[in-house]
Design a protein around this ligand. Structure first.
Ligand SMILES: *Cc1c(COP(=O)(O)O)cnc(C)c1O
Ligand SMILES: [Zn+2]
Length: 421
């Protein structure tokens, strides 16, 4: 297993800039963060993680405004290209809580970010780093939401953006966003994993700065989801949730939440037994992380062919698996696969309580339902489900899952007759 221990008072190595450096999670080598773009360990190819000479306590956040940059004490910069992002609602859903049967159930709705997904949290930090590096062109492979966020934040920062999408497999709202925010959109005749292979090679050749979640600074922004959940939950209940259930694609969020918890443990702000159990949910047609958890493997095996209606998590080769698998295991969590029908059901249940999410997001609730029914999740648990993207991202899926419009004549009597039918 990769070693993800954070040392509380590690002196900054020579490679560090202002107390920030990058460390390889496999071989431990350290690298300069802002000299030149770097995405993987040059020595062993391992994933890199941002490290700091100091980790945050909750006190370091107090009085610091709202959203991602409230947590600047845990980020490499004080501010970034911001729209602004974060500070998303933690909805109560009393009917779902009752039906599923947990002590409490809250929904952290990341669809309420500026471009409608949590990807904005990563981009505000990632684009700030791009400015620091002085790169001209930003690029990503995407199942849709990353491209929308990159286009918006790149545009805001005055940079060129290039996105590679799997042709015909991206929800309409997301392509529309990337397009109007000014990205050059390349439609690849292949799946997401093929798009990522290509864009990673373009980045290695210096053609563009890579802003997929392989980029360690994206995850720094996304870890603020964890800080927000813990702060808000504690303010409401004077305790932390037992479990956080989230959809898993590239496993960036799973890795990012685990990083948030580890930082708080390193500073002494959180006991390691208080870390919420990270519980990942994948669609049955794209579930390499679930396979690795079930089989006890240290890494995933790439699925060459993947299919699900939840296009945002239609991913067969989750790049952050080596960071996320230890997060699931060390927090006592698990991973589960759900059928597309269960995802659609959960999307409808959330929508009927006013919470509009896209299919991939509803996977979290579908997964919780399945684990609660199987007795893996207990009735006395406090649970937070993460919903990652907004309903309007995928209007076709919403329309297909919802009620049909009914044609009526253009007069009141005709409408009343129809209603009586
Ligand atoms: C990107 C995305 C995911 C997957 O998140 P990872 O961090 O890659 O696991 C899930 N849902 C939505 C809506 C997304 O946009
Ligand atoms: Zn290495």
């Amino acid at each position: 297993m990769a070693d993800l221990t954070l040392a509380p008072d590690e002196p900054a190595p020579d490679a560090a800039t202002d107390g920030t450096w990058l460390a390889c999670i496999e071989c431990g080598d350290v690298h300069a963060p802002f000299d030149a773009p770097i995405y993987r360990c040059p020595d062993c190819g391992g994933l890199l993680e941002a490290r700091y000479d100091e980790y945050p306590t909750f006190e370091t956040f107090a009085g610091a405004g709202r959203g991602v940059w409230r947590y600047a004490a845990a980020l490499p910069f004080d501010k970034g290209v911001s729209l602004p992002e974060g500070n998303t609602p933690l909805h109560a859903v009393p009917r779902l809580e009752d039906e599923i049967g947990t002590r409490t159930l809250r929904i952290k709705h990341e669809g309420m970010n500026p471009t409608g997904s949590f990807k904005d949290r990563g981009m505000t930090v990632g684009v700030r780093v791009a400015a620091e590096l002085g790169v001209g062109r930003l690029a990503c492979a995407s199942t849709g939401n990353t491209s929308a966020a990159l286009a918006a934040y790149g545009g805001r920062g005055g940079m060129q953006t290039l996105v590679l999408l799997p042709a015909g497999k991206v929800a309409a709202g997301k392509v529309a966003q990337a397009s109007l925010h000014g990205a050059r959109i390349l439609e690849v005749d292949g799946n997401f994993d093929a798009c990522l292979d290509i864009v990673a090679e373009l980045a290695d050749r210096g053609e563009a700065y890579l802003l997929n979640s392989l980029n360690p600074f994206r995850l720094e922004g996304q870890k603020t989801i964890g800080f927000e959940i813990l702060e808000r939950y504690h303010a409401d209940y004077s305790r932390y949730p037992d479990r956080i259930v989230l959809p898993v694609g590239n496993a960036g969020n799973t890795a990012a939440l685990y990083k948030a918890f580890r930082e708080l443990v390193a500073s002494g702000a959180l006991d390691s037994e208080e870390m919420p159990k990270l519980t990942g949910v994948q669609a049955a047609g794209a579930a390499p992380m679930v396979e690795a958890i079930e089989e006890g493997n240290a890494d995933i095996e790439r699925w060459e062919s993947v299919e699900t209606r939840a296009t945002a998590i239609r991913i067969g080769n989750p790049v952050n698996a080596r960071k996320a698998l230890p997060g699931i295991r060390k927090t006592g969590g698990t991973a589960v696969a759900v059928a597309d029908e269960a995802i659609t059901d959960a999307q409808g249940a959330l929508a009927s309580e006013g919470v509009g999410v896209e299919p991939a997001s509803a996977a979290s609730v579908a997964g919780l339902r399945k684990l609660r029914a199987a007795g893996v999740v207990d009735s006395d648990e406090d649970v937070v489900c993460l919903t990652t993207g907004h309903l309007l991202k995928d209007p076709d899926a919403a329309a297909a899952a919802g009620t049909e419009p009914e044609p009526v004549p253009a007069d009141t009597e005709g409408v009343l007759d129809h209603l009586r039918e």
